[in-house]
Design a binder for this molecule. Structure first.
Ligand code: SF4
Ligand code: SF4
Length: 392
């Protein structure tokens, strides 16, 4: 990376914040906007669309989705910076329909928060093909209409662990601009993590090239363990802001102690979309290293094991054998959501003692963990091959 390139990267503002207090969060956001040079009328006359994280209909305290108080502060902040034409739009996991949007907005506490601050919510479920001429893995994406038509995308993410990508922050959050089950098709078309990561970077790069972008990360309480929906809330105590989702993610991974291990960030670095290391990132405020959560738990699926490393030494031939897999537990109530969301259609419903439950055909599973992400009952665990435990 040349010195010239490194000076061109967007700064990232990082500040401490430990409570979901609307006035305090607004104050942090205003300080950060000043720090990154955002003008007071930055959003006047522009169509501003907030893209939250509403991956599944879960309560805000579970830390899987955008916190309603944080959203209210972001709306205050955008209005204070001239925005008059605001909309919230998201395509959650699963089917993209008016009824599923209603359910998500209500359960996640977004409907009430939006009503209280007069923020319109999107119910248009159309989508359009948008070309990504600079894409390396994918050159055309299906994108939900309000995002395509926005002047400004506010990428409002929550800092979480993720069973497939290890971390979900600003870049991964943008996967939710792809409508409903088209996301499962993308998992199927890009099954391995390296190529999936390239595809996500293509998507984020295309959105950056076609829209003005502001990434804001709620890292007040994030999620550790088996995120993005099955993990546990973890107090982190920070708010991040940048005009570049790639640069924001570079700071975010340092906060989680994941430096240099996030495949999406590594792909972005290789394309020169963010600096190659944290020390070349322009941080305004508190250093991410000062906030680093020492004991942050990564997902079971991404934990490195002795045998996992050994398997890569044999050209990866044993990797499949030793890789962690999804398993249905006794918590399964047979609702069928996982079977609908599996991109490879390897989940069937079986009847046992008069009760329905899911069953996975592991031989064709690509380990995308969509099933675990979308199971409303957290009934899918990620388990190592038992031989790994035995030989440890
Ligand atoms: S594993 Fe979860 S999503 Fe699948 S059928 Fe059972 S309860 Fe439903
Ligand atoms: S069973 Fe689960 S992890 Fe395997 S392909 Fe289907 S959704 Fe992905």
């Amino acid at each position: 990376m040349s010195d010239k390139q490194s000076t061109n990267f967007a700064p990232v503002a990082v500040l401490r914040q430990t409570e979901y207090n609307r006035a305090e969060i607004l104050a942090r956001l205003n300080e950060q906007a000043d720090a990154i040079g955002l003008r007071a009328d930055a959003y006047a006359g522009k169509r501003v669309v907030i893209k939250p994280n509403l991956v599944a209909p879960t309560k805000p305290d579970g830390a899987a989705t955008t916190h309603p108080v944080f959203l209210s502060a972001v709306v205050d902040f955008l209005r204070a910076h001239g925005a008059t034409d605001l909309l919230l739009a998201e395509s959650p996991g699963g089917i993209y329909s008016e009824s599923t949007l209603k359910l998500n907005y209500k359960t996640c506490g977004i409907a009430d928060a939006a009503a209280a601050c007069d923020l319109p919510l999107n119910f248009d479920t159309t989508a359009n093909t948008v070309n990504a001429p600079n894409g390396q893995a994918c050159r055309a994406f299906s994108v939900i209409t309000p995002i395509r038509d926005a002047d400004v995308i506010v990428d409002l993410c929550r800092l979480k662990s993720h069973s497939l990508t290890k971390m979900s922050a600003a870049v991964k959050n943008l996967f939710g601009v792809i409508p409903g089950i088209r996301k499962f098709e993308m998992h199927s078309a890009y099954p391995a993590l390296p190529v999936f990561s390239e595809m996500i970077v293509d998507l984020c790069q295309m959105l950056n090239e076609t829209h003005e972008m502001l990434a804001i990360c709620d890292a007040i309480v994030g999620m550790e363990g088996n995120g993005p929906t099955g993990g546990d809330p973890k107090t982190i105590g920070a708010v991040l802001m940048s005009k570049s989702p790639f640069c924001l993610d570079l700071a975010a991974e340092a906060i989680l102690g994941f430096e240099g291990t996030i495949s999406i960030t590594e792909a972005a670095k290789a394309r020169g979309l963010c600096p190659e290391s944290l020390d070349k990132l322009d941080i305004r405020g508190v250093s991410p290293k000062e906030i680093t959560v020492a004991d942050f738990r990564e997902p079971d699926a991404t934990r490195k094991t002795f045998l996992g490393s050994l398997s890569t030494m044999f050209g990866g031939r044993l990797a499949d054998f030793f890789a962690p897999r999804p398993f249905i537990t006794n918590r399964c109530v047979g609702c069928g959501v996982c079977a609908e969301s599996c991109p490879r259609k390897v989940i069937g419903m079986i009847e046992k003692s008069g009760k329905k439950r899911a069953s996975i055909r592991h031989s064709d599973c690509i380990r995308c963990f969509c099933c675990q992400e979308l199971c409303p009952f957290h009934a899918i665990d990620i388990k190592q091959n038992p031989l790994v435990k035995f030989l440890h």
